[in-house]
Ligand binder design. Sequence first.
Ligand SMILES: [Zn+2]
Length: 198
Amino acid sequence: MSYEGPVQDLIEEFGRLPGVGPKSAQRLAFHLLTMDAADAERMAKAILAVKERVRFCARCFNVSEFEECRICRDSRRDSTVLCVVEEPRDVMAIEKTAEFQGRYHVLGGAISPIDGIGPDQLHIKELVARVGSEEVTELVLATNPNIEGEATASYLARLLKSMGVRVSRIASGLPVGGDLEYADEVTLGRAFSGRREV
Ligand SMILES: [Zn+2]
């Protein structure tokens, strides 16, 4: 059984989102039905704006409204240290700890042979190019503490140490198998300040 027209469409759209099952999709759709028209319009505009205006930073692949992201454009950030993460949301998680004043490089995922993701599918050659052309002296590998994240970190350590930069890995203490973005700020902050050279 399904609802009529637009309500059913909306339920199906919500159902496509990650982590939203049929029941939640239905609850969200009916919540929208009871919202003020102005609130619903603001939400719809935010969805359109994110598709029209947001792109990836040409330098670090973080999300950005401009050619380069806010962090790359900020001259107060230390450009000698690069923190390497899997996803833009990891940048946000680390920024919240206020432990890091350097810049970032977003890989766009982690090495995962099962999913057909090798080094060439990630922004690794761009990272190598940055290490070669920018004033980078230290890399902090902050990929997720799971199998794919560890494999990616060891691959990068081998690749980049030969370029004469110091390479460190954020400390353990993060829940193993977890995602960086789910670690609380204190734990992630500690993992950061306790990073060890690899
Ligand atoms: Zn950037």
